[in-house]
Design a protein around this ligand. Structure first.
Ligand SMILES: Cc1cc2nc3c(=O)[nH]c(=O)nc-3n(C[C@H](O)[C@H](O)[C@H](O)COP(=O)(O)O)c2cc1C
Length: 184
């Protein structure tokens, strides 16, 4: 079985719920970036050993939270030694507005993965965009680069939308399938 790490930051718990759903679906290990933008020291070795790294952060001010960016800058160390080259990468984000510039956060994750020499795995699902589609359908937001969730600004973690969580689950499963083939 492939080794999968989900490294994420979440300010208020919503992106963390997405991370938990993805970890469960992928059979992966969660690595939380803390409020100061730091990882447990052992997490760097865990990331070096992973076949796949799934990146997650809330979209804050049209990009990933600064804590995620601090992690990304600190990843210049494995970048120098090319430790993450040829790993599978994927990403997820959550924000309050339907669009909310979430695409910028996913673009950033993709660029980071490319800097590391990784291979990007997108969602692999079409959008639910017919007249009959409802807000709780898979990929209702219509994002293909990764898993995107929209949580209204006054919604609790428990009120996150099931369709968005299912979309996250689909990404986790897909990364596990691709990583298993790749790690063979
Ligand atoms: C500093 C800050 C900036 C934010 N910027 C955006 C934004 O650019 N677009 C958006 O749709 N939501 C934005 N939001 C809303 C958050 O993305 C949303 O509340 C999300 O659920 C927070 O996830 P978390 O609980 O994992 O921190 C912002 C929230 C904060 C606190």
């Amino acid at each position: 079985m492939a080794s999968i790490a989900i490294v994420y930051h979440s300010g208020y718990g919503h992106t963390q719920r997405q991370a938990q759903v993805i970890a469960e679906a992928a059979g992966g290990q969660l690595i939380a970036i803390d409020a100061d933008g730091n990882l447990p020291e052992a997490a760097w070795a865990q990331l070096d050993a992973a076949d796949a790294i799934i990146l997650g952060a809330p979209t804050y001010m049209g990009g990933p939270s600064w804590q995620f960016k601090k992690f990304a800058d600190a990843s210049s160390k494995p970048w120098y030694s090319r430790n993450w080259k040829d790993k599978i990468f994927a990403g997820f984000t959550n924000s309050a507005s339907t669009n909310g510039d979430k695409g910028k956060t996913l673009d950033y994750f993709y660029t980071l993965a490319m800097q590391h020499g990784g291979l990007w795995v997108g969602l692999g699902e079409v959008a639910s965009n017919s007249k009959a589609a409802t807000r709780n359908d898979l990929n209702w937001i219509g994002v293909f680069q990764g898993a995107a969730a929209t949580t209204p600004s006054d919604a609790s973690v428990a009120e996150m939308l099931p369709g968005d969580l299912e979309t996250s689950r689909v990404l986790g499963r897909r990364v596990a399938q691709v990583a298993a083939k790749w790690a063979r």
